[in-house]
Design a protein around this ligand. Structure first.
Ligand SMILES: C[S@@+](CC[C@H](N)C(=O)[O-])C[C@H]1O[C@@H](n2cnc3c(N)ncnc32)[C@H](O)[C@@H]1O
Length: 285
């Protein structure tokens, strides 16, 4: 249901009717969990409320919109190079915000040059910074994030690792039905993550997202990513070199009883747990 109480029925979900941005958000984004994490870590570290946020590589800007909708006195900036994906966010998410829409600013620009007021936190999620494959380019980007924040700002990144990250993988996952942020009833479907190519020498990889629908139709290669997988020590070194004072990794452990990961991402200095893991990097100015 939308915040104003409207729910819209989607048509039967097939490759022909499905909207890839709706499928993407339902499969790989968890705006509520991101918000819980960034607010928890920022408040604990800075002993003040979080007021401003910039989301680099924001895509449809779902996180900016969700955060502004939940908090009446905050302001968010989203930056993405692709006008089409920003237009999608503008058309589908921004109207849901009604009067709060004036506190979300979307910029069609390169994250390395986009000008925004200094923010409390800067976020780059879903591994987007992996597009920077050269050390010097990633260092420049981290310096830019540093300069785009206030004096006690915090940068949040995510990453994945473990032996499985350095291999070819095809991983299907059933996505449950849900009511989207925009109030659309989304039936269940299957999300497939494919690591199609991985070069052990330079860590360059090509990945795809595919979607499969209950009627047997598919959207193959709905999204493609050409990345370099950076390792935790490489990222730590680069972030310190960019000027950050404290860099930490927040990771989950395996819970044998649940047969799944535990619920909370905690700061870890030692980690030797999972074959495939996902975590957050928190870099403090
Ligand atoms: C993997 S998507 C991430 C979307 C969103 N952050 C998320 O968490 O799902 C990467 C996005 O980065 C954008 N992008 C790629 N290079 C960029 C750059 N140099 N500056 C700004 N946006 C860029 C693409 O247009 C795309 O929307």
């Amino acid at each position: 249901m939308t915040r104003n109480g409207n729910t819209r029925s989607s048509r039967k979900l097939t490759a022909r009717t499905a909207d890839i941005h709706v499928l993407y958000e339902a499969s790989v984004q968890s705006a509520e969990a991101y918000i819980e994490l960034i607010e928890r870590i920022f408040k604990r570290s800075r002993k003040r409320d979080l007021k401003t946020l910039r989301e680099d590589f924001c895509g449809t800007a779902r996180l900016c919109c969700e955060w502004v909708q939940e908090n009446s006195d905050v302001e968010a900036w989203g930056v993405d190079l692709n006008p089409k994906v920003l237009e999608w966010g503008q058309k589908n998410h921004i109207p849901v915000l009604e009067d709060n829409a004036s506190r979300v600013h979307l910029l069609c620009d390169d994250v390395r040059t986009a000008k925004t007021p200094p923010v409390d936190i800067l976020i780059a999620f879903n591994f987007s910074y992996y597009i920077f494959k050269e050390r010097a380019t990633l260092l420049d980007y981290f310096k830019t994030t540093y300069n785009n924040m206030v004096g006690d700002g915090i940068l949040f990144l995510d990453m994945f690792g473990g032996p499985q990250a350095y291999n070819n993988v095809i991983e299907p996952r059933l996505i449950d039905d849900e009511i989207t942020f925009d109030g659309v009833e989304l039936p269940p479907f299957t999300y497939v993550w494919e690591q199609a190519k991985f070069n052990q020498i330079n860590h360059h990889m090509t990945c795809y997202i595919h979607f499969k629908f209950p009627d047997g139709t598919k959207k193959n290669r709905a999204f493609r990513y050409d990345w370099r997988i950076w390792t935790p020590p490489e990222l730590t070194d680069l972030l310190y070199e960019a000027g950050y004072k404290d860099v930490n990794f927040y990771l989950q452990r395996w819970d044998d009883e649940k047969d799944d990961t535990d619920d909370t991402f905690r700061k870890r200095k030692h980690y030797n747990d999972l074959d495939a893991w996902f975590g957050y990097i928190v870099a403090e100015k």
